[in-house]
Write a protein that binds this ligand. Structure first.
Ligand SMILES: [Fe+2]
Length: 614
C-alpha cells in the first residue's frame, strides 16, 4: 500500500507531466524527441508515430566515453534520420522531472545544512533545463520563436521503467527501475498495464543500491564512471571472506528494503559524489568514510595490481548486491503479482543477478531494454510522452537493438578508398562463408554491419568475433585488440534455439543482459567464453532479430559443430566504433585479422599490415 506521502508525491508528479489527451479521430504523424542531457550517458532518441527511428548515445558520436553534456550530435542524427528540421519538432521529452520529489530533496538538504549549498548550486546549474527552448536555441543557433515543440518532463525512474515496459511485448507487467539515483530516487516499483504505468513505491536517497556498488568499486580502485561491469567480472575470482562485514554495510530488512550504514558511506543527496566537467566528462568522488578504511584496509590506488583482497571484496559486494536485488524483486512481486518483469536502470545492467532472478523470484518472463542504463532515458521519456499524448495508440515492441546510425555502401567504400585499403566486395553468402572460415581458423574478425546497436553491448552490428572454443583466444584478444584487464570475460552469442543445450537456462537473453551457467559437458567446447565460475553472459540470437549475424553463426556451426561465436565489442579502450572510419582506424591500429565492413572484406595480410609476431 502507498502511504500518504507517496500519494502526495504522485499527485505532485502528475502535475509535472502532461495530462493524457483524447486521441484525435484522425491522427497525423507525430514526432517525439527524447533526450538525456547534463547527466551520464547523454543521448537522444526519436519516435515517429510511436516507433523509434533512431536512438544513440552522444559518446558514440563525439567519442567521449559516457559523455554527460548536451547531446547535440545525437539530436542532429535523430532529426536527420526522421527527415525533419529542428523547427518541425513537435515534442521533446526529457528523462528528468525538474520538480519531481523536490519536497524530499529540500527536506534532506535542510536536515543536513552542509548539503544545502550543494543543492542550490546544482539547481542553479540546471536552470537552463527549465528553458529547453532557450537551450536548443543557443545550441543550434536558431531563433527561439521558431521552435514550436512542447516539453514533457518525465521523472527519471518513470522514464527508465517506460523504456523497458513500453518497448516490451507485455500487456501488463511489474515495473522495476534501480540505479545510483535520479530525481532523488534510487529505485521505483510500478504496475504497468496497457500503456499505463502507475508508480507503487519510491526508494529515496541517500539509500541507494547503485551508490553502494559504485562506492565499493571506487574503494577497490575502479574509479571510472561505468566500472561496475568490470567488478562484476572480477567477483567470481573471489573467496567468501567478507560476507559478514557486507551484511553490516548494507542491511536488508524483512520487507526487502535496503539501508546503507552511514558509518561507512558518506550520505549523498541529489547528484553529490558525481560531477560533470565543462568537457562533459564525469568525475566521481570516493563516497566512503575513514571507518571503511579501518574495516577493509587502505583503498587500492589506481594502477596498483588487483590482488586477493580486491577479488574477495568484489565477491562480497556482488553477493550482497544480489541478495538486495532479489529481495527488492520479491517485494515488488508482492505488490504487483505478475509473472512478467520489465526492468531498467543502471543496476539492471548487472547481468549476473538478472540471470538469477528467474530462479530466486516468481517472475518467469523478463524484458530488459538494451539501453538499460541512463542513455535509455531518452527512449523511455519519449515513449512515455507519446503514450500520454496518444493513450489509445498501438504499442511498439523493440525486438532488436539496431537503432543507431547506419551507413550506405558508398560511404563504406569511400572510407576504404580514403585509407587506400585493398578490399573485395562479396555477395552476402560469400561474405558469411569467408567470415565463418576466418573465425573457424582462429582469426579475429571485425564485423561492422547495418545500424549500430543502441545500448552498451555490441550485438552483431559493431562486434569483434572469434572462436569460442579456443582456450588461448581470451589472451589473444586482450593482447592484440582489447588491451583490457585479463579477468574480464568474453561473451557467447548463440543461436537461440540451441541455448538450452549449452546453458542451464532457455530464457532468451537477446541483449546480452543475462549470465547463465554453462552446462558441465559444454565447458570445454566453450572454453574462451566460459567464466571462472562456469557461467557465460549470453546473447540469444534469432534469425528474426538479426538475419545476417544468425546466418554467420550458422555457417560457423557447419564448420565446427558449435552454434556459438565469441562476441565482443568493436573498440579498443574507446566508445564502441560507430562510423566506418572508426572501424578502420581500430582495425589498422590493433591486430584484427580481417574485417567485414558491410559487403566489403578486408584482410590484414592482403594489405601488408603488421600482424602478430611481425
Ligand atoms: Fe538512472
Amino acid at each position: 500500500m502507498l502511504d500518504r506521502s507517496e500519494e502526495k508525491t504522485r499527485e505532485e508528479f502528475a502535475k509535472n507531466v502532461l495530462e493524457p489527451r483524447a486521441a484525435a479521430i484522425t491522427t497525423p504523424p507525430m514526432n517525439v524527441l527524447g533526450i538525456n542531457l547534463f547527466h551520464g550517458d547523454a543521448s537522444a532518441a526519436i519516435l515517429v508515430d510511436g516507433r523509434p527511428v533512431l536512438a544513440v548515445a552522444e559518446e558514440r558520436l563525439n567519442r567521449v566515453k559516457h559523455y554527460g553534456g548536451f547531446p547535440r550530435l545525437a539530436i542532429e542524427a535523430c532529426l536527420k534520420a526522421a527527415g525533419i528540421r529542428i523547427d518541425e519538432l513537435e515534442h521533446v521529452a526529457i528523462g528528468r522531472g525538474v520538480r519531481a520529489n523536490l519536497g524530499r530533496k529540500l527536506g534532506y538538504a535542510l536536515s543536513n545544512p552542509d548539503k544545502l549549498g550543494n543543492l542550490l548550486s546544482i539547481r542553479r546549474r540546471r536552470a537552463n533545463l527549465g528553458d529547453l527552448h532557450g537551450l536548443f536555441s543557443d545550441e543550434f543557433g536558431i531563433a527561439p520563436e521558431r521552435l514550436r515543440f512542447e516539453v514533457h518532463r518525465v521523472e527519471h525512474h518513470l522514464a527508465h521503467i517506460a523504456s523497458a515496459y513500453l518497448a516490451s511485448d507485455f500487456d501488463s507487467a511489474a515495473g522495476l527501475s534501480y540505479d545510483g539515483a535520479g530525481d532523488f530516487v534510487s529505485a521505483m516499483f510500478a504496475r504497468c498495464e496497457g500503456s499505463d504505468i502507475r508508480v507503487l513505491k519510491r526508494f529515496y536517497l541517500p539509500q541507494s543500491l547503485g551508490i553502494f556498488y559504485g562506492v565499493i568499486c571506487r574503494f577497490i580502485g575502479f574509479g571510472e564512471y561505468g566500472d561496475e561491469g568490470k567488478v562484476m567480472g572480477l567477483a567470481p575470482f573471489g573467496r567468501d571472506r567478507f560476507s559478514e562485514l557486507f551484511e553490516k554495510l548494507l542491511r536488508i530488512d524483512q520487507r526487502g528494503d535496503y539501508a546503507l550504514d552511514f558509518d561507512y558511506f558518506k550520505p549523498t543527496g541529489a547528484d553529490e559524489g558525481f560531477r560533470i566537467g565543462e568537457d562533459g566528462r564525469i568525475k566521481l568522488t570516493a563516497g566512503y568514510t575513514e571507518r571503511l578504511v579501518q574495516l577493509l584496509g587502505p583503498p587500492r590506488p589506481a594502477g596498483a595490481a588487483v590482488g586477493r583482497r580486491e577479488q574477495d571484496i568484489a565477491f562480497a559486494l556482488q553477493s550482497r548486491f544480489e541478495a538486495a536485488a532479489i529481495a527488492l524483486a520479491n517485494q515488488l512481486f508482492e505488490m504487483a503479482p505478475e509473472p512478467r518483469l520489465a526492468m531498467a536502470g543502471g543496476c539492471a545492467l548487472n547481468s549476473s543477478v538478472n540471470g538469477k532472478l528467474f530462479g530466486a523470484t516468481r517472475f518467469t518472463r523478463m524484458y530488459v531494454q538494451p539501453a538499460a542504463g541512463d542513455e535509455g532515458l531518452a527512449l523511455g521519456a519519449a515513449l512515455y510522452a507519446y503514450h500520454r499524448l496518444r493513450p489509445k495508440a498501438e504499442r511498439f515492441h523493440l525486438r532488436n537493438a539496431y537503432l543507431g546510425p547506419s551507413f550506405g555502401e558508398s560511404e563504406l567504400r569511400a572510407a576504404l578508398e580514403t585509407r587506400r585499403l585493398h578490399f573485395v566486395r562479396l555477395d552476402e553468402r560469400e561474405l558469411i562463408e569467408r567470415s565463418a572460415d576466418a573465425i573457424a581458423q582462429g582469426q579475429v574478425v571485425g564485423w561492422f554491419q547495418g545500424a549500430m546497436e543502441w545500448g552498451p553491448r555490441a550485438l552483431g552490428a559493431r562486434s569483434i568475433l572469434a572462436h569460442p572454443g579456443m582456450p588461448e583466444m581470451r589472451d589473444i584478444l586482450n593482447r592484440r585488440v582489447k588491451h583490457r584487464e585479463a579477468f574480464r570475460p568474453f561473451a557467447p552469442a548463440i543461436k537461440a534455439e540451441r541455448q538450452a543445450e549449452y546453458f542451464e537456462s532457455a530464457e532468451p537473453s537477446p541483449f546480452m543482459l543475462h549470465v547463465y551457467p554453462v552446462r558441465a559437458d559444454k565447458r570445454r567446447e566453450l572454453s574462451a567464453v566460459t567464466h571462472v565460475d562456469n557461467t557465460g553472459r549470453v546473447q540469444s540470437v534469432t534469425r528474426e532479430q538479426s538475419p545476417l549475424f544468425y546466418d554467420l553463426i550458422d555457417a560457423f556451426e557447419r564448420r565446427t559443430g558449435l552454434p556459438v561465436v565469441l562476441n565482443t565489442s568493436f573498440n579498443d579502450n574507446e566508445p564502441i566504433v560507430c562510423r566506418p572510419e572508426e572501424a578502420l582506424e581500430c582495425f589498422i591500429r590493433t591486430r584484427i585479422d580481417s574485417l567485414a565492413l558491410g559487403p566489403f572484406f578486408v584482410t590484414r595480410r592482403e594489405n601488408g599490415l603488421a600482424s602478430e609476431g611481425a
